[in-house]
Design a protein around this ligand. Sequence first.
Ligand SMILES: Cc1cc2nc3c(=O)[nH]c(=O)nc-3n(C[C@H](O)[C@H](O)[C@H](O)COP(=O)(O)OP(=O)(O)OC[C@H]3O[C@@H](n4cnc5c(N)ncnc54)[C@H](O)[C@@H]3O)c2cc1C
Length: 519
Amino acid sequence: MKRETMLARARHRTEPWDIVVIGGGATGMGVAVDAAARGFSVVLLEAHDFGKATSSRSTKLVHGGVRYLEQGNIPLVMSALKERGLMRQNAPHLVHDLAFVVPNYSWWEAPFYGIGLKLYDMLAGKYGFGASKLLSKEETLERLPALEPEELRGGVVYYDGQFDDARLLIHLAMTAADHGAVLANYCPVTSLLRDPDGYVNGVTALDRESGEELALTARIVINATGVFTDSIRQMAEPAVEPLMVTSQGIHLVFERSFLKGDTALMVPKTSDGRVLFVIPWHGHAVAGTTDTPVDLPTLEPRPYQEEIEFILDTAARFFVRPPTRADVLAVYVGLRPLVKGDGKTSALSRDHIIHIDTSGLLTITGGKWTTYRHMAEDCVNHAITLGKLPDIDCPTKNLRIHGYLEDAASLGSLEVYGSDAEKIRALAANSPSLAVQLHPALPNIAAEVVWAAREEMARTVEDVLARHTRALFLNANAAIAMADPVAKLLAAELGRDQAWIAAQVREFTDLAQQYRVGP
Ligand SMILES: Cc1cc2nc3c(=O)[nH]c(=O)nc-3n(C[C@H](O)[C@H](O)[C@H](O)COP(=O)(O)OP(=O)(O)OC[C@H]3O[C@@H](n4cnc5c(N)ncnc54)[C@H](O)[C@@H]3O)c2cc1C
């Protein structure tokens, strides 16, 4: 993917596009993949880097949602479990099975969670990931050696999926591009265009790098802007009733030694009735999440101190060695796009919705990462009807995602690149300076930066360290130390000068302070 080529294609097209998608998170990118794979002409516009908002800040689970079982939402769980299976089938280099243990400290927990998780297995049907089973105390400690043994009675093991959210997003972008979609990052939509009857028939967007304004007409405009959904709807109708409520969730990242082993911990009910996970991820342990209502969506939400304390306190109850603030390598915060309702945010609908405003603007929002494909199918089906597009069946159930590779584990730290890993290795082999590891705490090498700039449309140090690699999310101090070499590598690729390098390092270092908790 080359940004210049993408923008040139957007600029030079004279006929209307079939579909313009606003928003380059999981939802919008899923729609772009679906639409392009059906053969429609599609352009996607993202205000920042692809995945900058919620879609890079999830718990990294590909799951049916054990919690929604308890709420009795069986259809949601079943459909998400099916999507979980399809995601693993279509992106095996990125989606893995992961064993989760629910530890039992009371007599009633084993039968209660044991039965619930059997139902979870059953609902997955042929898309199952492995049978859940009751564990003795010894078996539980074998899987989770860091667990507090006092009063532990046993546990239940069950299986779900895990992935790298930002990496899947980049590979979805590449899949859409492979099928002919035009994707532009750093191009916020600034207004909606209308036909003589007042229906939305296009957008204007600003290329933030050149300052150029683009005007793109389309048969249908799809709003997939997550927590920013209402701001786009208000461009069409300023007085429109808001659809969205926002809730924030934080995650703390620790050294892997806090968890030990390859099994995740699942606490089904914390002191305030939420679910907490501690999961192994990229050689670290990630603990989360919280659910705190937020008034206004922002791009870089900040953690509340109470949220940090809550996760530390809850984790301390389960681990022999309680983690402290000083152990936190990074904290990251994401905003959930929830569809409006009454009551607490955790009780709001997790289903997606398709909404059509009287202006003809088609909005898709809600849902979760795991269901992005199904959401996209539903959305493009609506777009076909509304935009009078040819009826073409959705091909994504069996569509391989860019990078598709079975047994990618042998690629080590380059596993997430799947079939692209060999090209990154070739870069490093051809130029020894690109084989250099950028920081001793993280496995990333210089060739990944060059690859991100040349092939994945990375434009800034933050793009590379937050999403194209996950350095900022894994270890904020290490990421800060990597900023200077990354800026220099990017500058060489993108033709930038010393002043740009200095500004990039400064901006990234400022931003990364927000991801630090410990000293
Ligand atoms: C804490 C947390 C944990 C989660 N964990 C999981 C999990 O483990 N598993 C799971 O399946 N789901 C999980 N989810 C849910 C999942 O992450 C979200 O449902 C999904 O990422 C939402 O994607 P989206 O594309 O709708 O929104 P976003 O990713 O926010 O994308 C919207 C995009 O629109 C862009 N945009 C806004 N305005 C404009 C404009 N004017 N022009 C162009 N672009 C614009 C934004 O920059 C943004 O990139 C979690 C969510 C949170 C918050």
